[in-house]
Write a protein that binds this ligand. Structure first.
Ligand code: GTP
Ligand code: MG
Length: 177
């Protein structure tokens, strides 16, 4: 008998993470998949992928996360990125009004390129930086509601709400399928 257990997945699910550069997309993803965090900012070039198998509503789901580059020069998030995606996560930084004001553009982008039945989640990241906050939680919730998205505030640094945020969108996706 082997002691090494590889979780068997009942189902696969693709999520795409979008949002401005520096808001913490890669950090949130790495916290979720590897439980790691770094203060070093290494901007994503093009696209990166990570996988985590997790139990959602009694099903083992292999979650494949596509982490996109926020920097304008790498930005060409079109049909190819969204193909087969069950969920889209839009991240902004609660200490950056600019990143929050760009959420509408990201919504337009995914409404244009992603499929109709894609579940969306809005994430206000860096909630550990309360003293630098410029976007209220209420403003985030309101915007999410306007676009029919789920909402969470997270801190990739402190590990606050990261699993909860992913579970929120994954449960919605599993319910629908
Ligand atoms: P691009 O790849 O350029 O699109 O950026 P990104 O959205 O992937 O940002 P990234 O995850 O690389 O994080 C940018 C910077 O913010 C890094 O220096 C991180 O350490 C920092 N950061 C990310 N999440 C948090 C957080 O929750 N709290 C704090 N204080 N800093 C964070
Ligand atoms: Mg990145």
């Amino acid at each position: 008998m082997t002691t090494l257990e590889i979780p068997r997945a009942d189902w696969q699910c693709k999520l795409v993470v979008i949002g401005d550069s520096g808001v913490g997309k890669t950090s949130v993803m790495r916290r979720f998949t590897d439980n790691e965090f770094s203060f070093n900012f290494v901007a994503t070039i093009g696209i990166d992928f990570k996988v985590r198998t997790i139990k959602v509503k009694e099903k083992m789901i292999k979650v494949q996360i596509w982490d996109t580059a926020g920097q304008e020069r790498f930005r060409s998030i079109t049909t190819a990125y969204y193909r087969g995606a069950k969920g889209v996560i839009i991240v902004y930084d609660i200490t950056s009004l600019k990143s929050f004001s760009h959420v509408n553009n990201w919504v337009i982008n995914f409404n244009r390129w992603a499929g109709d039945d894609v579940q969306a989640l809005l994430v206000g990241n860096k909630c550990d930086l309360e003293d630098q906050r410029v976007v209220t939680k209420m403003a985030g919730e309101k915007l999410a509601k306007e676009h029919g998205m789920e909402f969470s505030e997270t801190s990739a640094k402190d590990c606050t709400n990261v699993d909860i945020a992913f579970m929120r969108i994954l449960e919605k996706i599993v319910e629908k399928h």
